[in-house]
Design a binder for this molecule. Sequence first.
Ligand code: FEO
Length: 394
Amino acid sequence: MHTQLFPGIDWVGFVDWNIRDFHSYNTERGATYNAYLIRDEKIALIDTVKKAAADTLLKNVSELVDLDKVDYLICNHAEQDHAGAMAQVVAQMPNVQVICSPRCKDILSGYTDTSSWNFRIVANGETISLGENTLTFIHTPMVHWPDSMFTYVGEKKLLFSMDGFGQHIASSERFDDEIPLDLLLEEARIYYANIVYPYGAMVQKVLAAAADLPIEMIAPSHGLIWRKNIPAIIEAYSRWAAKTAEKKVVIFYDTMWESTEILAKAIYEGVLSVPGVSCTMTHVRKSTLTEISTAAMDAKCCALGSATLNGLPTPTIGAVMTYLQGLRFPIQNALAFGSFGWGKNAVDEISAWFTKMEWTPIAEPIKCKWRPTQEIIAQCEEAGRQLALKALED
Ligand code: FEO
């Protein structure tokens, strides 16, 4: 199976219809691992796929060209969703030279025995002519790993952007104008929140470098290829990379016997009493880390609450804290709340975590013993109102 981007340039990747857990990212719409074949005087394969899909990739390529005719295998990124199949692919392509960044070679060699591979390490800006098409390699460290690079084909104004501008969507369509744009941008946003967000500064550098390039097609390694809505995805990446916090409060909580849920709802009511602030309220055991992080990506304020289980926050709240700690969203103000019965309580743990995150508490932590009293509910409503007022501040 293949799809033509230009005459002589085809998508030859793998559509992963059934994946739902991509290293903890909930891929509700599945995923693709995009690989591309350029047939010119020289023949180049741009990236591979995950190990389990190696046979599909090799079949797709061999439908277009004999495997021993492939001259170059460009590895833009060594993460195993793209490079897991490389050992099988290199073994089937006896004349192939592997093209990659210096860090990429190190990582590939950490995953597999590359001692027999014919490597060519390329510097930032280095080019290789295939005949009519010239490949220019652009190092993009930390978008997504230290080894990452883009490959640009100037003659076609075509950018192979690796993880950048990707989305996790399994589809029979290959191009952005073949599915609804709002769905595509929402999946690109989920992808950005969960994969790219911590590297916003590097994304800004890449966008600045790409601004000098004429680009009429962006072919990422996941999801749909951008050929119509390039301004929309570039604008979205510019906005997300700026790490701007919106007038938004997110409430995340876990509850055992509804006490913490009552507190969460009272905080929500307090937020809603202030016009102009958006708010989401999420029972974390009825959601996913992927949804939670996507909600938190552009929030200015967060209320985090937990019932107390064995003297600690619930395991799910613990997972939320770990995940948000790594993603480093621009939340500035926070409120800890929750219920307990005796001894230690979850709220103190959440407050200590706020200190680590450098989130400023907007009020004293709200600790509810057994069932919330009317006094505590009123305290929650007022704290919600204070969170909303903080969200409105410039
Ligand atoms: Fe899709 Fe960073 O790999």
